[in-house]
Design a protein around this ligand. Structure first.
Ligand code: SF4
Length: 332
């Protein structure tokens, strides 16, 4: 019997980043873990020292459906894992642990607990990274989220911008979570520093608008959206003086890379457990708005049509938060 440990985490990208403390905790107890995750998240965690091997699972495409699940389970069986940790409460995750013949399966209490050999309560409060860490019976904060870029990633980003810069992450797959004033903010920031935009292929246009807004200042502005790999984006964020971001995956990339954060929350709130984690990082939101929060993820569009939660969050308020953070002052 192998003593190897498997973690199955196929949730959103941000969730995978926030599972890295669990990897560290399990590696400390059992040795480096193998991880089943999405193809997009796989390169991000394959450099983590607590991870031995990453097994991509494309549940939405090439591995979709029952046949894909069975094929993966067959491959996992050959590894003869001793234990599996299942932080994502989904039937697919629970079923994969069973089909792979893993004798010890530990997950959070919920609808699929009967498929685990041990169900542990998920803390209702606290940051999601600490709640996931509870699956390894570790207290909050003992392992932080961390990511590692490679020298090749660093080389790819080093040539993009050669002065102090602020990173901006204007995208989100949930439309109502997008703050609309990034170009105006970028123009103001460009009075003092350069600007780099991070995001995926869907954010290219947003990135171009920001670069255009900076152009009159003569400062450097880089649109990395859709052009950098995820790990290169993490590397670029890691080199930034700070990141201004919506409630989206780049927030967690910055947490894991140790970059100061100003996070802008609209339809969601930090109490959900996905806000900045480190002391000093800031989250802004219109606290007095009675409709807020309006959903756990953020709806595609404001259901009330006015989108005041983001519209009333001003550029001035974000600039004030950046000043409070002090990250630009530290760069001189
Ligand atoms: S309903 Fe309120 S919280 Fe939800 S998107 Fe609209 S303004 Fe924001």
């Amino acid at each position: 019997m192998s003593s190897a440990t498997l973690v199955i985490q196929t949730a959103f990208l941000g969730d995978v980043v926030l599972t890295t403390p669990l990897f560290s905790a399990l590696a400390a107890d059992h040795g480096p873990v193998d991880v089943v995750t999405t193809p997009s998240a796989a390169p991000l965690i394959e450099t983590h020292p607590a991870v031995r091997k990453v097994i991509p699972y494309d549940k939405r495409s090439s591995d979709r459906g029952w046949a894909g699940l069975r094929n993966l389970a067959r491959r996992l069986r050959t590894e003869r894992y001793e234990r599996a940790y299942l932080p994502h409460r989904s039937l697919r995750t629970a079923a994969l642990g069973v089909l792979a013949g893993i004798p010890t399966r530990i997950g959070f209490s919920g609808a699929w607990s009967f498929l685990y050999t041990e169900a542990r309560p998920k803390p209702a409060l606290g940051h999601e990274s600490d709640r996931l860490l509870a699956l390894a019976n570790k207290p909050p904060g003992v392992y932080p989220p961390q990511l590692w870029s490679t020298p090749t990633d660093e080389q790819a980003t080093a040539g993009l911008i050669d002065e102090a810069f602020v990173a901006l992450a204007p995208g989100s797959i949930w439309g109502s979570k997008r703050w609309p004033y990034y170009p105006e903010l970028a123009a103001r920031l460009a009075e003092r520093v350069a600007v780099a935009v991070v995001g995926g292929p869907d954010d290219v246009e947003l990135g171009d608008q920001i670069v255009q807004a900076v152009r009159p200042s003569g400062r450097q502005a880089v649109n990395g959206c859709g052009r950098l790999t995820l790990r290169q984006s993490a590397s670029l964020i890691g080199r930034a003086a700070l990141l201004v971001t919506n409630d989206s995956a780049p927030l967690h990339l910055a947490t894991a890379m140790g970059t100061p954060i100003v996070a802008l929350f609209g339809p969601t709130v930090t109490e959900f457990g996905f806000g900045p984690l480190r002391p000093g990082d800031l989250a802004l939101g219109i606290d007095e708005l009675p409709c807020r929060p309006c959903s756990s993820h953020g709806p595609p569009q404001c259901p009330l049509g006015h989108h005041r939660c983001m519209g009333e969050l001003t550029v001035e308020a974000v600039i004030a938060a950046i000043e409070e953070l002090g990250a630009l002052r530290r760069r001189g």
